[in-house]
Write a protein that binds this ligand. Structure first.
Ligand SMILES: Cc1ncc(C[n+]2csc(CCOP(=O)(O)OP(=O)(O)O)c2C)c(N)n1
Ligand SMILES: [Mg+2]
Length: 396
C-alpha cells in the first residue's frame, strides 16, 4: 500500500537500514562491518573528510580542483532548479512536481560518470542526471505543467523521456543494452529506479535478461528509503544490492550522499559494461528529504527527526566542507555560484510562464498512425464537453 495525500498511518520513527540481517555472498563487492551490517562505499565523510578506498580511488584519482568545483556547482544548481519547480507548483504554474531534494550526489555523481554516447533511462525524479546530460531544465517542466508529453528529444542527449510506470524503464534499458552489444559498440546504458521499483516484476525480468545476455547495463537504484509512504523494509528482507547475487552479477552499495563515491562506483560499473562483463547493480543509499511529490504529505507517515538525521549527511554541505578544507574554493566562488543559482531560478520561472497552452485536440493525435474508432468517439465526446462551456457562457 502506498499513500499520497490521504495518508492515515502512524509515522515511523526511524528508517534505519533494511530489515533483515546481511547474507551477502562472495560476489558482493561491499565489505561487512564487524556487526555484520553492510558497509557503504564512501570517499567523503559527512564532515567532508576524504577516505581512502583501495578499490575505488583509482576512478577519482585524476580529478582536478576545477572538476570538484564543477560537481559542487552541478549539485547547487540542480537543487536551486528543484526548489524553483516546487515553488512554481505551489503558485499553480505546475500541476505536480517530484523533488530530488537530498539525492543530488547520487544523480550528479552517476551522471558525470557517463560518456556522451552512453544512454540513460530515467524515472520521473532524475533532474540532476538530466542536467548532466545537457537537457535544458525548463524542458523538464512542460510535462509537469501539462503542456506536452515529454519536452525533449531523447536522442539529442541520449536521455530517454521520464517514465512514470514504475520499473518499466529497466526493461527498456535492458533491451537497448542488448542492442548496443549486438551492434558491437562500446557504449553503456544506465537505468535509474527506486527502492519501491525494486519490487516490480519488470525489474526482476530485466535483471534476468541482462544477466543471461550479458547486457552492458548499469542498474542504478536510488534507495531513498521510501516509496511514497512505504519504507524500504516493506520492499526487501535483504539489502537491495544483494539481490544482484541471485541473478549472477555484482551488486554494491554506495553512500548516495557522497558525490565522489557515486562517481567512482558508477565509473567502475560502466567500465565493466564496456569491457563485456555485463550488468552491475549499484544501490545508492540516500534519502528523499522532501515529499514524494507535491501531492504528498510525509508528516502523515514519518517523523521529522528522521529527516533531521539525514540533513547532517547533506550531499552539498559535505563537498563544500571538503572544498573549503582543501582550499579548492574561496568565498568568491561561492558568491558567484549563488548569483548564478538565482539567475537560473529566474530563467526557469520566466520560461514556464511563457509556455504556450497546447491545442486541446492535439491529445488525440498520434495515438494511432491511421486513426481508431474509439479515439474518434473520445474526440467527439471531448468536443461536446468543450462546447458545453460555450453554451453555458452564452446562457449567462
Ligand atoms: C506500475 C506502477 N505502479 C504504481 C505506481 C504509483 N507510484 C508512483 S511513484 C510510486 C513509488 C515509487 O517509489 P520508488 O521506486 O522508491 O521511487 P521514488 O519515488 O522513491 O523515487 C508508486 C507506487 C506507478 N506509477 N506505476
Ligand atoms: Mg524510493
Amino acid at each position: 500500500m502506498t499513500v499520497e495525500s490521504t495518508a492515515a498511518r502512524t509515522p515511523r520513527r526511524s528508517a534505519g537500514t533494511t530489515g533483515a540481517k546481511s547474507t551477502a555472498g562472495k560476489r558482493s563487492t561491499a565489505k561487512k562491518s564487524p556487526s555484520g551490517e553492510p558497509e557503504l562505499v564512501q570517499l567523503l565523510t559527512p564532515e567532508g573528510k576524504r577516505v581512502k578506498s583501495a578499490e575505488y580511488d583509482r576512478f577519482v584519482a585524476a580529478i582536478t580542483p576545477d572538476e570538484l568545483r564543477g560537481l559542487y556547482r552541478d549539485m547547487v544548481l540542480t537543487r536551486r532548479f528543484d526548489a524553483e519547480a516546487t515553488s512554481l507548483q505551489r503558485q499553480g504554474e505546475l500541476g505536480l512536481w517530484a523533488s530530488l531534494l537530498g539525492q543530488e550526489a547520487a544523480q550528479i555523481g552517476s551522471g558525470r560518470a557517463l560518456r556522451d554516447d552512453d544512454y540513460v533511462f530515467p524515472t520521473y525524479r532524475e533532474h540532476g542526471v538530466a542536467w548532466c546530460r545537457g537537457v535544458d531544465p525548463s524542458n523538464l517542466l512542460g510535462m509537469f505543467r501539462g503542456v506536452n508529453n515529454g519536452g525533449w528529444d531523447p536522442n539529442s542527449n541520449n536521455f530517454h523521456l521520464y517514465t512514470i510506470v514504475i520499473g518499466s524503464q529497466t526493461l527498456h534499458a535492458t533491451g537497448y543494452a542488448m542492442g548496443v552489444a549486438k551492434d558491437g559498440a562500446d557504449s553503456a546504458v544506465i537505468a535509474y529506479f527506486g527502492d519501491g521499483a525494486s519490487s516490480q516484476g519488470d525489474v526482476a525480468e530485466s535483471f534476468t535478461f541482462s544477466a543471461v545476455y550479458n547486457a552492458p547495463v548499469v542498474f542504478f537504484c536510488q534507495n531513498n528509503q521510501w516509496a511514497i509512504s512505504e519504507p524500504t523494509e516493506k520492499q526487501t528482507r535483504v539489502p537491495l544490492y544483494q539481490r544482484a547475487q541471485g541473478y549472477g552479477f555484482p551488486g554494491v552499495r554506495v553512500d548516495g550522499n557522497d558525490v565522489l563515491a557515486c562517481l567512482a562506483v558508477t565509473k567502475w560499473a560502466l567500465e565493466r559494461a564496456r569491457g563485456g562483463e555485463g550488468p552491475t547493480l549499484v544501490e545508492a543509499y540516500t534519502y528523499r528529504m522532501g515529499a514524494h511529490t507535491t501531492s504528498d504529505d510525509p508528516t502523515r507517515y514519518r517523523h521529522d527527526d528522521e529527516r533531521a538525521a539525514w540533513e547532517a549527511k547533506d550531499p552539498i554541505l559535505r563537498l563544500r566542507r571538503f572544498l573549503e578544507a582543501s582550499n579548492h574554493a574561496d568565498e568568491g566562488f561561492f558568491a558567484e555560484l549563488e548569483a548564478e543559482s538565482e539567475a537560473l531560478g529566474r530563467r526557469v520561472r520566466e520560461a514556464v510562464r511563457a509556455m504556450p497552452d497546447p491545442d486541446h485536440f492535439a491529445l488525440f493525435e498520434h495515438a494511432y498512425a491511421d486513426g481508431h474508432a474509439l479515439v474518434d468517439e473520445e474526440r467527439a465526446q471531448f468536443a461536446a464537453y468543450q462546447a458545453s462551456f460555450a453554451e453555458a457562457e452564452g446562457d449567462n
